[in-house]
Write a protein of this length. Sequence first.
Lengths: 213, 370
Amino acid sequence: MSFDLEKLKRSVIDGNASEALDLTRQALEERVPLELILNGGLIAAMSEVGKQFEAGMFYIPEMLIAARAMQACMDVLKPLLSVTDTRPLATVVIGTVKGDMHDIGKNLVRMMLAGAGFDVVDLGTDVTPEKFVQAIHEHRAKLVGLSALLTTTMISMGGIIKAIEQAGLRDQVKIMVGGAPITEDYARKIGADGYASDASRAVTVAKSLIIAL
Amino acid sequence: MSGFLLEHPAPDFDEFLSVMRGDKKPDRVPIVEIGIDSEILKNIQESYLDEPWALPDGVGGPSSPDKHYYQQLINLYYRLGYDFVPLWPLWVNLPSGRIRQAADTAGASRGFRDWVDESSALIRSQEDFERFPWDQIRAAPETLDMADDLVPEGMKVTVSGNLFENIFESLLGYEGLFFLLRDNPQLVEDVFNRWGQIVYEYYRVCVECDVVGAIFHADDMGFKTGTMISPADLRRLLFPWLAKYAALAHEHGKPFWIHSCGNLYRNSPSVMDDLIDMVKIDGFHSFQDVIMPVGEVKTRFGDRIALMGGVDMDKLATLPESELRSYLRGILDTCMPAGRFALGSGNTIANYVPLQNYSILLEEAHDWKI
């Protein structure tokens, strides 16, 4: 039986990890190009998941289940991808800002960015400006994502952007922000390059920002 | 301009209810909060009433029934001009989820702010469910007895439990709930039903007390752009319980109000439509301008339910005085004339709301002319 790309895509969208894994292995046995499995199958599936989420048809559980299915396939593909020329779209450093421990929103952004082909460095929560700067430098990041849940913690986003400027890294990166109290206006006010209202839109914003680099 | 604390408060919960039901137009601006952080209460207590706050620094609420605390709490709400005091259950034998801490960045900092560990869960399997001490969990009844002794004439208390929120913050955890909805939906249903019943039993005791004026249930369901789980799952798992709580309140002649953060307005029928039509809520609390300003909610739903709160937290915490006053007056001008509205924060008076801004909210409410 020949490999069915649409079926792989559908199994990821449906969160059927075992079927997705079987189909990925089948594709590899049939020597389907890695790029096709990745871009035409897995990343395309997560793009569809994002669209469904934005349309209000998928919710957090559906996103997580799909991301889990994709991750299972990626675990098989990764060792093979590393010996090819396949590169991520860009390296993104993300984190929840100092004083803020809200994880789930940032984790969803991480999953969706990884699902879209970004290499994501997740600094976790309660992240200091210094740690952001260090990570950008160490990983040669092109994108930075800042997350905050509360009005009282989002204030530190401006400080992080200043710290990146002072480290001489501002021209190297594009900075996007998100979280419950964050607005487009606030993003503009603090000098961020982009704002995303949820994890799926974060992918759209990220892609548009790397084009601008 | 009137003062921050009232010298001669005249709470009238029955009047508040009449206005919220739309039975009469208000002759003053009703105010409401589902919670005021301990740091704010302590500040008011010690700065304006010249008496030490009942709780130690950094402690948000009592761990056991404490009459001195309730005396101060009720007196503060009374002097601030509220018609009711929101009370939360003191759960006995309820295991708590794992907490993480970070430095509290609020102006009235408590040192460290507790955060739910979103990856932790008390129940991950059917075995965990069977072992959980469900039968030992109860709410301390002394709280209501104390309230009954302490509440001034005309004033009542409301009672607030969590169902969905306790499940995703503690019992199953955020990630646990989200994955289990696919991996073990029966376990999810069992947890909703078991915890739902415990909350029902709590409310059943409460509604029989005269001092309890309403059930003011609190369950955050969403975030900026939608609900955490699908409306279909909410209808299947949560709303039947909320409907039971509402029916219980109504059987005792009391209203059922609900607090929920998040975007409940997408699609048609929306989750808000479900709350009104299926659950039969009488009032709704919690508004965020980035989702939908209260004025717009008033236009869409204000003829069907009471709206309570409305002041966006970010604006309440950060606007300078003149802009804040203008913003508050705008809300009052939009929402007060038709009635069925009470002014308050869109969430709680959190410790990152400057006391001055909170006092401006109260002043604008006290001074606004119908």
